[in-house]
Design a protein around this ligand. Structure first.
Ligand SMILES: Cc1cc2nc3c(=O)[nH]c(=O)nc-3n(C[C@H](O)[C@H](O)[C@H](O)COP(=O)(O)O)c2cc1C
Length: 192
């Protein structure tokens, strides 16, 4: 059956390097019949500046964020798909704020029982992918770490492609043409 893939593009640049990486990934995944949705997190309308730690999600039976805004259907989709791709430029050695804003609301997709020391989540068994680029060759490992640890903590499979020396927005195809095949291949692999 076709894999369902949700891609969160966290760059504010519509036609920037992140979008090029996302296009390459989609090219590979689509060739294997994947069902793909791409969301540009920079243009979502939010009612709060990220997770506000209200913890109402922990008192609800459902896996849902209690802030109702344009992130709501995206979070619901995260619980439904097979693969979640976080695509982002490197901003001061981390992911973009535009991606982090929605990533923290991942919190609503977990239920913790602190007394029992247990955690349940519909994310377990899914695949988490990071696609990231940077102008220089310092810090992409730091960006990757929180996503890799989240995947490990959650029981998700993890894949990443980090493209250093990708230039400024829109230059990746010229500066790092070698990344294209790698990203298309990952898209194909993930979709099967
Ligand atoms: C606010 C900001 C912070 C950045 N921080 C870094 C950085 O710490 N290291 C780096 O190598 N590149 C940095 N860059 C460059 C971008 O990561 C790089 O050009 C990226 O490929 C742009 O992707 P985009 O076109 O999708 O936005 C920064 C760019 C901006 C606008």
């Amino acid at each position: 059956m076709a894999k369902k893939i949700l891609i969160l593009n966290g760059s504010p640049k519509k036609d920037g390097n992140t979008s090029v990486m996302v296009d390459w990934f989609c090219q590979g995944a689509k060739s294997k019949g994947a069902d793909i949705e791409v969301v540009r997190t920079a243009v979502l309308k939010y009612k709060a500046t990220g997770c506000i730690s209200c913890r109402l999600c922990q008192t609800s039976e459902k896996y849902e964020c209690c802030i109702k805004d344009e992130a709501t259907p995206v979070l619901a989709k995260m619980a439904d798909v097979d693969v979640i791709v976080f695509a982002t430029p490197l901003y001061f050695f981390g992911a973009s704020a535009q991606l982090k804003l929605i990533f923290d609301r991942f919190f609503s997709l977990y239920k913790w029982d602190n007394d029992a020391g247990t955690m349940q989540t519909p994310l377990k068994g899914k695949t988490l992918v990071v696609l990231a680029s940077a102008f220089e060759d310092i810090g992409l490992d730091a960006l990757e770490k929180p996503f890799a640890l989240t995947a490990e903590y959650t029981g998700m499979k993890f894949e990443s492609i980090l493209v250093a020396n990708a230039g400024t927005s829109g230059e990746i195809a010229k500066k790092r043409p070698d990344a294209r095949e790698k990203i298309i291949s990952l898209g194909m692999k993930i979709a099967i």
